[in-house]
Design a binder for this molecule. Structure first.
Ligand SMILES: [Zn+2]
Length: 440
C-alpha cells in the first residue's frame, strides 16, 4: 500500500505524478454527460484541483475556515463539479451546497457528501475525501450504466469544523433545528464578527438561516464517507469500515481569574497566578480521562495580558472531552472541574466553567448500518470519537458512515494521510452503497 499525504507528497497531497492531463478525446462535453472514465482518473483530477485551495505553504496545513476566501474557492469548486456533470445545483437557506441527479423534490433521496472546511492547519482528507469520493462514486455509477430509481444528491455542509465560530456542524445543526437562529446570531469569530455578518459578506442572505424540515423530508438515507480519525482499521486487512456510533462529546470553557502583577517584583506567596491552576487542570484532565477510558484535551488557550514579564490575570482554556457513554463523560468533566476549583482555592484563583456545546451519543440507524455492511461483504463496524454532520443528521434521517483506513490515525494535522489504494477502495465502496440504496 502506498501511503501518501501532505508531508511526503507533492503540492496536491498525493505521491502520484502531478496528474496527467485528460486525453484529447475526452472533451468536457463528454465528461459532462458521464462518459466512461476510470474512477481513479476522476478522483485524481478532482483531488488535484482542490489540493492548493487554502493550503498554508509554511505549515502545509489547510486553513479553510467558514465564509472566508478559501472557503469560497472550495465552494466554487463544488459548484463547478456539479455543473460539469449536469447535476442540479442548489444552495440551501443555511449555505449548504447540493448537487442533484434526478428530481430534488421527488423524495426518498439517497444523499452522500461531507464538508470542505478545515480546522486550523488541518489535513487534506478530513472532509474533502468524502466530497471528492461522492463525485467519483457518481462517475463510477454512470460509467457502469447504473439506473437510479431514486434521486441521488451530493452535499457539502457549511462550517463543519467550527474553527471560526467555535461551534461544530453549524450548517447541519441549523438545517436540523439543533442550532436555533437566535443562538446562531450570537456566534462570533475571533475578530468579533458575527456568523450572520460573515455569511452576508460572503454573499449569502443571513435572514434566511434556520430549520429546513422540507429539505430533510426529501432524504431517505444519508451516507457520509470520511477518513478514519483513529487506528481501528489500521491493523486490519480492510481499507473501509462502517460506523456504529459516535461518542458523546462536548466543549467546555474554563476561565481562571487571577491577578496581573509584575513577574520580577511580586513575591511567590503574594501571587494569584491562574497559569498554575490552568496547568494543574490540564494534568488532571489527562489523569481523570485515562482512568475512565475517556478522552479529555485542552487544545486551545487564551492568556491576558499575555506578557512575558507579567503574571497573567486570566487564563481561558477550552476542554474537549469525549467518552463511550454520557454518564462517563459527565463524570469525567465533573472531576476535572472539581480538580480545577480545588487547585484554584490554593492558588487564589477563581474558576468558572461554561459548557459551550454538547452532542449526545449517536447510534447510527441499525438497519442502514447492517445493509451497508452486507453490501460491502461484512466489513468491520466501529465506533468513533469524532463528531460529523452525519451525527447531527442522524436525529432527522436514517444515516450511516463509511470510514477509510488511516494508517497513522493522525487527523486535524497536516500529517493526516491515507493510502491512495484505500481512497479508491472507499470510492468503490461508496459506489456499491449508492447503487444498492438508489438503483434497486
Ligand atoms: Zn470531518
Amino acid at each position: 500500500m502506498t501511503v501518501v499525504g501532505n508531508r511526503s507528497a507533492g503540492r496536491n497531497g498525493w505521491a502520484q505524478p502531478d496528474h496527467r492531463p485528460a486525453p484529447a478525446h475526452e472533451t468536457e462535453a463528454q465528461t459532462a454527460v458521464g462518459a466512461p472514465r476510470t474512477t481513479g482518473a476522476s478522483f485524481h483530477d478532482m483531488w488535484r484541483d482542490l489540493a492548493p485551495i487554502g493550503r498554508n505553504t509554511t505549515t502545509n496545513g489547510y486553513r479553510r475556515y467558514a465564509w472566508t476566501e478559501a472557503d469560497a474557492d472550495c465552494r466554487t469548486w463544488f459548484k463547478e463539479q456539479a455543473q460539469n456533470r449536469g447535476l442540479t445545483y442548489e444552495v440551501d437557506r443555511n449555505g449548504n451546497q447540493w448537487a442533484w441527479l434526478g428530481d430534488p423534490t421527488a423524495g426518498d433521496a439517497v444523499v452522500t457528501g461531507s464538508h470542505l472546511d478545515s480546522v486550523p492547519d488541518g489535513g487534506a482528507f478530513d472532509g474533502p475525501l468524502g466530497v471528492v469520493s461522492s463525485f467519483a462514486a457518481l462517475d463510477e455509477l454512470r460509467a457502469r450504466g447504473a439506473r437510479p430509481t431514486k434521486p441521488l444528491a451530493i452535499v457539502n455542509f457549511g462550517d463543519e469544523e467550527g474553527a471560526r465560530f467555535g461551534l461544530a456542524c453549524v450548517g447541519s445543526r441549523l438545517t436540523s433545528g439543533q442550532l436555533g437562529v437566535a443562538q446562531a446570531h450570537e456566534l462570533r469569530d475571533a475578530d468579533g464578527l458575527s456568523l450572520p455578518r460573515a455569511m452576508e459578506r460572503a454573499g449569502y442572505d443571513p435572514d434566511a438561516i434556520g430549520p429546513d424540515p422540507e429539505r430533510l423530508a426529501r432524504i431517505g438515507a444519508f451516507v457520509e464517507l470520511h477518513i478514519e480519525q483513529g487506528r481501528a482499521l489500521a491493523d486490519t486487512a480492510d481499507p473501509v469500515g462502517v460506523a456504529s456510533a459516535i461518542w458523546p462529546h462536548g466543549r467546555w470553557r474554563f476561565d481562571f481569574h487571577g491577578e496581573a502583577n509584575h513577574a520580577g517584583t511580586t513575591r511567590i506567596e503574594d501571587r494569584r497566578d491562574p497559569m498554575l491552576t490552568y496547568a494543574n487542570t490540564v494534568l488532571a484532565a489527562r489523569k481523570k480521562a485515562k482512568l475512565a477510558g475517556a478522552l479529555a484535551t485542552f487544545g486551545k488557550v487564551g492568556v491576558e495580558p499575555n506578557g512575558v514579564n507579567a503574571i497573567a490575570s486570566l487564563v481561558r482554556g477550552w476542554l474537549d472531552s469525549r467518552a463511550a457513554d454520557e454518564e462517563t463523560l459527565a463524570a469525567v468533566v465533573g472531576e476535572i472541574e472539581r480538580a480545577a476549583v480545588e487547585r484554584g482555592q490554593r492558588d487564589g484563583v477563581d474558576v468558572r466553567v461554561t459548557r459551550e456545546s454538547f452532542t449526545p451519543v449517536v447510534e447510527f440507524a441499525h438497519d442502514l448500518r447492517d445493509q451497508l455492511s452486507g453490501l460491502l461483504g461484512g466489513v468491520p463496524v466501529l465506533p468513533t470519537g469524532a463528531g460529523h454532520d452525519a451525527g447531527i443528521l442522524s436525529a432527522s434521517v436514517p444515516t450511516a458512515m463509511l470510514f477509510v483506513r488511516n494508517p497513522t490515525g493522525v487527523s486535524h494535522s497536516p500529517a493526516e494521510t491515507a493510502g491512495e489504494d484505500d481512497c479508491l477502495a472507499g470510492v468503490a465502496a461508496l459506489a456499491e452503497v449508492l447503487e444498492g440504496l438508489a438503483c434497486h
